[in-house]
Design a binder for this molecule. Structure first.
Ligand SMILES: N[C@@H](CCC[C@H](N)C(=O)O)C(=O)O
Length: 292
């Protein structure tokens, strides 16, 4: 099957975007993996599909697959690219669109400066809804909120990490580190992602607080490995930092691929706003093998 695609990036988190407004392409998990493959396919952290509105009051459906082929609930950097894509292709002329994702409706807005702001909805703290299994585990009070202490293996000398756990529609475990450059992202990331207390796996964030309005962040993403930026990871990290008493309500998040600005007023029902870049890199066509 030959398909058209657009390659986009938001703060270096990169995507293959597919226009499925005329009907779903019906790709298999193996075909998503092929598109994401940096040697044999196009190369991407996620594949984003733009589909027609599934319901009244919503403009589009936004379907997200990780590089490993699995469908996931949410992708923040992708949401900004989604907005630029539907505008550039003339699929809408609205400045704000309402988009159905697997975890609810989000609302990206084009800004005058070319950046996109996304209303990502409120964070979710209830462990069962992350989902995060707390059986037999006590929350550890920390700066007005709490973290959870997780053993990364049963070996006696293995590290115990303190993580803040929440969902931005997708699951996040955020730990504070002294220095993002030396943080054990490659070693701990996969172990946290696959920790048995996260039945749907988890995105593992490593957060360095520089000051109350500026942080540095690396994220080992579920289903994609470490990426240059993670939008929902930035939202989760800032929300965690605010609840732990370390951050103000508007924070610049420095990632390896660019700056994201995150705002959260601080009440559970308040939406998280994420602002950042969304860039079209190139467009093309690719032959996708049928048997994958
Ligand atoms: N890069 C994304 C998050 C993509 C999904 C994530 N890997 C998951 O499995 O939940 C973002 O910008 O939020």
């Amino acid at each position: 099957m030959r398909i058209r695609f657009t390659k986009m990036q938001g703060a270096g988190n990169d995507f293959v975007v597919l226009d499925e407004t005329a009907g779903p392409l019906g790709l298999t998990p193996g075909q998503y993996r092929f598109l994401a493959d940096r040697h044999f396919g196009v190369g991407a952290d996620q594949i984003l599909s733009v589909r027609p509105s599934p319901a009244a009051g919503v403009d589009f459906q936004y379907v997200i697959h990780n590089a490993d082929g699995g469908e996931v609930e949410q992708c923040g950097n992708g949401a900004r690219c989604f907005m630029r894509f539907v505008r550039e292709r003339g699929l809408t002329d609205k400045d704000v669109v309402r988009v159905q994702t697997l975890s609810g409706v989000i609302a990206p807005r084009m800004n005058g400066d070319g950046r996109v702001t996304v209303d990502m909805g409120p964070p979710v703290f209830e462990p069962a809804r992350v989902p995060f299994d707390t059986a037999g585990l006590d929350p550890q009070p920390d700066g007005g909120w709490h973290t959870w202490h997780l053993a990364l293996s049963t070996e006696a000398d293995e590290p115990i990490v303190a993580v803040a756990v929440l969902s931005m529609g997708n699951p996040h475990a955020v730990q504070l580190v002294d220095d993002i450059e030396t943080a054990p992202v490659a070693e701990q990331g996969p172990r946290i992602e696959h920790h048995p207390r996260f039945p749907q796996r988890v995105n593992a964030g490593f957060l360095q607080v520089v000051d109350r309005t500026h942080v540095r962040l690396r994220v080992f993403e579920r289903g994609a490995g470490e990426t240059l930026a993670c939008g929902t990871g930035a939202c989760a990290a800032v929300v965690a930092g605010i609840r732990l008493g370390q951050l103000d309500h508007r924070v610049d998040v420095e990632t390896r691929g660019g700056i994201l600005t995150i705002e959260w007023a601080g009440d559970e029902a308040d939406p998280v706003l994420m602002t950042g870049p969304a860039v079209t890199v190139f467009a093309g066509e690719i032959e996708v093998p049928d048997e994958l």
